[in-house]
Design a protein. Sequence first.
Length: 457
Amino acid sequence: MSVSVVLFTSDLRVHDHPPLCAALGRGNEIVPLFVRDPAVDRVGFAAPNRLAFLGDCLTALDTALRDRGGRLVVRSGDPVAEVCAVVREADADEVHLAAGCTAFARRREDRLRRALEADGRRLHVHDGVVTALPAGAVTPARSDHYAVFTPYFRRWSRERLREPLAAPRTIHVPPGIRSEDFPTRDAVPSVSPGLASGGEREGRRRLTAWLGRHADAYGTRHDDLAGDATSRLSPHLHFGTVSAAEAVHRARSRGGAGAEAFVRQLCWRDFHHQVLAARPGVAVDDYRPRDDAWRRGKEAEADLRAWKEGRTGYPVVDAAMRQLAHEGWMHNRGRLLTASFLTKTLYVDWRAGARHFLELLVDGDIADNQLNWQWVAGTGTDTRPNRVLNPVTQGKRYDPEGVYVRRWVPELEGLEARAVHEPWKLPGPERARYDYPEPLIGLSEGLARFRHARAPD
């Protein structure tokens, strides 16, 4: 009887799962395995919100496997050592794994392959599991990756994605394979109070409901801060409880301008993954260095602290930062605004902002987080690296009635729409009634400082 091990990583689902289907097609029994790697904790990536969401996902995955006659095996420790231990316990012939794009994932694959081959076993790495299109599937002439999104999107759109795979009906797991208890949300301290629920069933429910009710308006409303018309699927894509390839297929089947705009956003995710796969160093280094002399010292640290706390004096920026603290998630337009304010108005290093986001974001993903931050900071793939988003103009455009601001900045609840984005302009006695800080810096002053820093005399 043949046995295979399926190592789950960022693909915590049973629907459209190429490694799982391949293993079932080659063997009679499988061991579905997830390994809690202490190295993830040591580098600070095991943030409370993601650990809580992970607990939901693992519980849901185990339930889905048990519904089919199987179960999830969970171990803690070095993933190579734990996989090899399970392989020996089950007398497995091979291991199936989804390909990753980070340097961390690639080192894990290389180490695992060497260890298995030394023991006469095989490792099968499957592309296109965590992204819609494999990271290196399309490349331009004379380069190993696309550096600009639009030509990548044109090429990506012409590619034929693999067809989604059905969830297996039956799964047999060999007896006697030891498993640890799953981490659960309740056991994780310091979780954001408004953190959404995780798991494949919740992810698929959300995708179906959003495509059916809200996709048509996505093209015109995805930047509406108060309307919250986005899919909120990013945590499920990050943990792989929803397949990116299946999401593209289902959106295209739905059709319409809104669905097309949604597919474009999924392509942005693939774009960032292919950049990181080709240039793993951009997780910490500038993709396109601008010789920035980022502000440091006590004043910059105080500005960074005020930004983190949502006390910058710019209501739409503060609203977005408070949403992040409460939900472990932030509207995409808010992410752009807060990142632009930190890096260009305050001129603080993008890495400080990216680090804070990774401490809180449930969808915190190295490829998307770091490269979106670099795009906004002008050190990444943006073809207009010196653009600066004005938080007042943006607030009036994307939150014209001030609903989003008043939702997250209750100090300004009594202000009318005309004043809510510029409370510092209120007459003195009226201004004194609102316990809300003055702006950290004038926008014109911040803009002048940034322009001088990027293009000194």
